[in-house]
Ligand binder design. Structure first.
Ligand code: ATR
Length: 486
């Protein structure tokens, strides 16, 4: 179930959120600790205002809430809610520290349920399994743990414990960006519900809004047959790849899911992922080189550019591929044709990891490449590997004769978005200017090139095309056309 967390200041504001997300949610949590004082006195009327089951939560500040009143008043509010004569709350969230109250028995007999919760905003307890086991005070209580994975080891502890915990009902989730997969995978992990917040007002770190949970991750369709894929990186939550891949699965009506994982230890993570049944991953910064020693097999492009952006499950390990190269070439191929590379000339600005893939891609298609870099030694080393020419960035001789200029440095991207590597260069109108950066859509480099009449290509096309090539490797099917990535 998707549970919408209602953290409005008034009941009517909360009803507005229910209306907005009604088609995506099955249950709501009234966070009464967020309500204005005058509204708090009206909470027992709230269950009658919606047809959905409602959880009553009055969270104290030390547990991550906003309740500023006395503890006695908080307990009385729960008791009053339990004895209300109106349509009642279906669940109440009582923290671990609270005792089992006398009124709880009657409340449960009449169909109410208690969620018994604990929160850890600083990490994941090593003894999470025992903590969960000991949470319920009386039978029928649903144990809930909201903890904060700070690294891959924490995340794996959380995932393994959640999966192994065999009580019928439980709610276990990881807060923050690292914990997001536990929210998306909650059906597979056997959690009773997952919490979501309205867009832009997250009640807890890591909440996704219900519409994204359903539209991007197809939450209600996830089951034990869902084939699992994902992306590993750090940071990774801003990535557009889940939108692209999950949309493709939806259009092909194939039961697959693609999840972002913010990971600092790919080795340990990939072992868990084999056990859990993941079949493939996209790999992004900073792991493209780090995963190479972990591979059982790798294709020629990974060997050539020492960078792996795609993992495919191979037995109990992983094979490595690089679709960045095909992604980079794709927009050029659309312009020049498959056979139109040979005999052309290109300038590559920069000599880092991205430049290495670009130089390999172009040189292997017969393009004459010259590398210009700020640090000439790096340009020289890269040029030696692929048998091409090189120079210093501030030299830039012969640039006007190139068919193509590729920008691979970080200049043009925040926080150096008002810079470019070749600010003195005057473009010739027949040239193609290609920038690997995709935010902003048009860097200073590209906008100057466009004003000079050049054809421009930004990094978004490469990103989408490398993703589509991964989609084919993951599913064995071409990415469905006529779609927009979201
Ligand atoms: P990536 O994997 O994205 O290519 P990288 O390997 O760190 O990242 O390479 C960064 C590239 O941007 C390098 O070519 C770097 O030039 P140096 O080799 O001289 O470091 C280039 N770069 C970074 N900051 C730059 C700047 N301020 N001016 C010019 N080039 C810069």
């Amino acid at each position: 179930m998707i549970c919408l967390v209602l953290s409005g200041k008034t009941l009517s504001e909360n009803l507005g959120y229910i209306k907005q997300y009604r088609s995506y949610i099955q249950i709501v949590e009234l966070r009464a600790d967020f309500l204005d004082d005058s509204e708090f006195t009206l909470i027992n009327r709230f269950p009658e205002m919606t047809d959905l089951p409602v959880i009553l939560t009055i969270r104290k500040r030390e547990d991550g809430g906003h309740w500023r009143g006395r503890e006695k008043a908080r307990i009385e509010a729960f008791q009053l809610a339990a004895s209300s004569r109106l349509r009642r709350f279906s669940f109440m969230d009582l923290e671990e520290a609270l005792p089992s109250f006398e009124w709880e028995k009657d409340w449960i007999r009449e169909g109410g349920r208690i969620i018994r919760s604990f929160h850890d905003f600083n990490g994941v307890p090593m003894d999470l399994a025992a903590r969960l086991e000991n949470l319920p005070r009386v039978s029928g209580e649903i144990p809930k743990a909201a903890v904060t994975p700070l690294n891959t080891a924490d995340l794996l502890n959380l995932l393994r414990t959640t999966e192994a915990y065999s009580r019928e009902d439980k709610i276990v989730l990881g807060m923050g960006d690292i914990g997001i997969p536990t929210r998306i995978l909650s059906r597979r992990l056997g959690s009773f519900l997952t919490f979501c917040s309205p867009s832009g007002i997250s009640a807890a770190p890591g909440h996704i809004n219900p519409e994204s949970m359903e539209k991007i991750y197809h939450f209600s369709k996830i089951d034990n047959k869902t084939r699992l894929f994902g992306i590993i990186g750090n940071p990774v939550m801003h990535t557009l790849s889940p939108g692209l891949h999950n949309r493709g699965y939806e259009l092909l009506k194939t039961n697959c899911l693609y999840i972002p994982f913010q990971i600092d230890d790919p080795d340990e993570f990939l072992k868990w992922a084999v056990d859990f049944g993941f079949e493939g991953f996209s790999v992004t910064v900073p792991h493209k080189e780090r995963v190479i020693p972990l591979l059982r097999m790798m294709d020629e492009s990974v060997k050539a550019v020492l960078s792996c952006n795609t993992l495919i499950r191979s037995g109990s390990g992983w094979s490595g591929h690089n679709t960045d190269i095909a992604g980079f070439l794709s927009p050029l191929q659309a312009l020049w044709g498959v056979d139109g590379f040979k005999g052309r000339s290109a300038i590559v600005l920069g000599a880092g990891g991205a430049a290495r893939a670009v130089v390999h891609a172009l040189a292997s298609r017969g393009v004459a490449v010259t590398i210009y870099n700020r640090t000439s030694k790096k340009a020289e080393d890269l040029a030696a590997l692929f048998n091409c020419r090189w120079g210093r960035l501030d030299d830039g001789r012969g640039m006007e004769y190139a068919d193509l200029i590729v920008q691979t440095t970080i200049l043009g991207m925040f926080p150096v978005d008002n810079e470019e590597p070749v600010s003195d260069y005057i473009f010739s109108s027949g040239q193609i200017a290609y920038d690997l950066i995709y935010t902003p859509e048009e860097t200073l480099f590209l906008s100057r090139a466009r004003l000079s009449g050049c054809r421009i290509i930004n990094g978004m096309e490469m990103l989408v095309q490398q993703g589509k090539a991964q989609f084919l490797l993951f599913t064995g099917r071409d990415y469905p056309e006529d779609t927009v990535s979201s």
